[in-house]
Write a protein that binds this ligand. Structure first.
Ligand SMILES: Cc1cc2nc3c(=O)[nH]c(=O)nc-3n(C[C@H](O)[C@H](O)[C@H](O)COP(=O)(O)O)c2cc1C
Length: 383
């Protein structure tokens, strides 16, 4: 599976694992792939702890970090809103709507201490310079090999700083135009992410997007993302011109994943039809499991979701309350529970260690590649 990307990263397999869970990141890196820690919701203290822990586990093997760097968000003109100030900006109409959902579904309250902790953190994402600068400071003091940015091109100062620290820069693209913008900004790797993907996603399918992006940004290497959970799908991505893959959903049902137990159960039972692009978790369209939560926000009389990062702050306490009670079979909380996941959720039907997922992918990829090679050899032999 050697490609330019595996050489650039110094890994055996160009299989990149996006995860908010440090255990998954370390396990994939230790299996010969490349773990990338999603840090947008980390506080600086948490990030310091997690990066130190990852480095203790991977013994010098490479890993990376991912941030969301959107261009459009609430407070962009002032360089962002302080975490503490975010909650003051939540409109009463949306707050009442969320309270009403929790009341109608009978979701139990949480104690005051937990509520205060969420209030203090603002429940917000670090998407503005005010939020992400402290995270970058910590990241560059660690041994990261790659920094990835989603939702917008990485700012020139970030690219310069990364390159000055011998850190590669990747950026996620959902359209050819996004990819061209990232390429012009000077990123090292472009992740072409199709609509099938879990999390923030565009409207173009991986099958169409990847070859389009490969052509548009060459010679910059491209990773394929969205709908990839098996060796067959990796082989397909490589056939489209990708030099590796970037996967998110497949790690959510691994042994190491921090996925809430009730949500994990739902993922294991779900089919590929059970996801929806919804603005109900972050304010921007993101693919997630369809549940009573997404359906409530789709109601004709629902208020519009707020801009990022306000929507995340609006729903932080509600999501915590839902997740705490969702294990109770048949409860309102269980009906509401959901999380980001892509259409490959339909293929996620058992829990495996993350290391096993990597090994299964590699084995199946090798089998498929051999089949292709045999077919070509037979055809050549027959002619
Ligand atoms: C639970 C979850 C959270 C995600 N959060 C982020 C994020 O914070 N930053 C990011 O760049 N991508 C995020 N993504 C998208 C992934 O990086 C990746 O592109 C996507 O999962 C690939 O498609 P797949 O889900 O079909 O594997 C997220 C995906 C999932 C499933």
């Amino acid at each position: 599976m050697r490609t330019r990307v595996s050489d650039m990263l110094g890994v055996e397999f160009p299989i990149l694992a996006f995860s908010h869970c440090r255990d998954v990141v370390a396990a994939v890196t230790n299996a010969g792939g490349f773990g990338v820690l999603g840090a947008v919701a980390h506080s600086p203290e948490q990030l310091e702890t997690d990066l130190t822990w990852i480095e203790e586990q991977v013994h010098g093997r490479p890993y990376g970090l991912d941030l969301l760097l959107p261009q459009k968000y609430a407070g962009a003109d002032e360089g962002g809103i302080d975490r503490e100030a975010v909650r003051q900006l939540l409109p009463p109409e949306q707050q009442a709507f969320v309270d009403d959902i929790l009341r109608r579904y009978g979701v139990p309250e949480i104690d005051q201490e937990t509520r205060d902790a969420i209030f203090r953190s603002g429940g917000a994402l670090s998407i503005s310079p005010k939020g992400y600068e402290p995270l970058l400071e910590i990241s560059f003091s660690h041994n990261i090999r790659l920094i990835a940015s989603a939702l917008g091109p990485p700012p020139p100062a970030l690219i310069e700083r990364a390159h000055g620290n011998d850190v590669l820069v990747a950026a996620l693209a959902g359209t050819r135009t996004h990819a061209e913008r990232h390429n012009a900004a000077g990123v090292d790797v472009i992740v072409a992410q199709g609509t099938e993907a879990g999390g923030h996603t565009g409207e173009i399918a991986t099958m169409v997007l990847v070859p389009e992006v490969v052509e548009a940004v060459k010679p910059t290497p491209v990773l394929a993302a969205g709908g990839i959970a098996t060796g067959r799908q990796i082989a397909a991505a490589m056939a489209l011109g990708a030099e590796g893959v970037w996967c998110g959903s497949v790690w959510l049902t691994t042994e190491e994943a921090e996925t809430q137990p009730a949500v994990k159960e739902k993922f294991l039972a779900a089919t590929s039809k059970d996801t929806v692009r919804s603005r109900s978790l972050t304010g921007k369209p993101a693919r997630m499991l369809r549940s009573a939560w997404t359906e409530e926000w789709e109601r004709a009389d629902a208020p519009p979701p707020l801009q990022m990062p306000l929507q995340t702050a609006l729903i932080a306490e509600a999501q915590l309350r839902i997740n705490r009670s969702a294990t109770k079979e048949g409860s309102g909380a269980q009906q509401l529970a959901n999380y980001f996941v892509g259409q490959v959720v339909g293929q996620l039907d058992r829990v495996r260690p993350a290391r096993q997922v990597v090994l299964d992918m590699v084995t199946e990829y090798a089998e498929v590649a051999q089949q292709f090679a045999d077919q070509v050899a037979e055809t050549a032999g027959a002619s």
